[in-house]
Write a protein that binds this ligand. Structure first.
Ligand SMILES: CC(C)(COP(=O)(O)OP(=O)(O)OC[C@H]1O[C@@H](n2cnc3c(N)ncnc32)[C@H](O)[C@@H]1OP(=O)(O)O)[C@@H](O)C(=O)NCCC(=O)NCCS
Length: 190
């Protein structure tokens, strides 16, 4: 298998692989993104509750889990401040290839190409693991994210009703990419 090193560009946010000590800051960015973007998708009670306290152990466990070569957590930093992150899991739903999970860009950084940069790097890593497809699940009513995935030419292949954070049922759509070279070679914005 080919050696992997994160590809980055000094004028862009710096991308790097997350380490266990990032769990706290990822949990805080995750919480801020949910509170800003998921109003109306998750319940107000849940969004106004102790999300950081729940997310921190989730990220600690994820970053500490066995077989680190089967997952990839990437963070984007600007001036050493974490502004976005994404994770990829190779073994969650292998029928659709790698699972892209928890892509979040801080509200003030949206629309500046950071999401595209992370997805592109995630695809590049996935290809290097010899996995040829990638998918994700998104709330059907998350129109902003769906426009992003549509722009990246993902195809909807499945819909399901699932119990999600805060113990509510929501419709989710599965987006699939069968040409990871397209994603891996996306041009960075600006
Ligand atoms: C969805 C998300 C990750 C996109 O990241 P981003 O950095 O804002 O997106 P980018 O700037 O890289 O956008 C890339 C392209 O997607 C499209 N796009 C992104 N956001 C869009 C929007 N709100 N409306 C229309 N098109 C959009 C555009 O075509 C854009 O390219 P362009 O600016 O050159 O036209 C980000 O908005 C986010 O974190 N949202 C909240 C959390 C979330 O919903 N995550 C998804 C979970 S499944």
């Amino acid at each position: 298998m080919a050696a992997y090193a994160v590809q980055t560009n000094v004028l862009k946010p710096v991308l790097r692989q997350a380490v266990v000590s990032d769990a706290g800051i990822i949990a805080r960015v995750h919480t801020e993104s949910w509170r800003s973007s998921y109003r109306g998708m998750l319940s107000d009670d849940y969004l106004d509750g102790g999300i950081v306290e729940e997310r921190q152990p989730y990220w600690q466990k994820t970053l500490n889990a066995p077989q680190p070569e089967r997952r990839h957590v990437l963070v984007a930093e600007k001036d050493k401040v974490l502004i976005a992150f994404v994770s990829v899991f190779l073994d969650e739903e292998p029928q659709y290839g790698a699972l892209l999970h928890n892509l979040h860009v801080l509200p003030t950084w949206k629309g500046q190409g950071v999401g595209r940069l992370l997805v592109s790097e995630a695809a590049r890593w996935t290809l290097l693991q010899d996995v040829k497809q990638m998918h994700l699940w998104v709330f059907k009513v998350n129109h902003e994210a769906r426009k992003f995935y549509d722009a990246l030419e993902g195809k909807i292949v499945e819909e399901k009703l699932q119990t999600v954070a805060g113990n509510v049922e929501r419709n989710l759509l599965c987006y699939l990419w069968t040409d990871l070279n397209f994603l891996a070679n996306l041009k960075e914005k600006r």
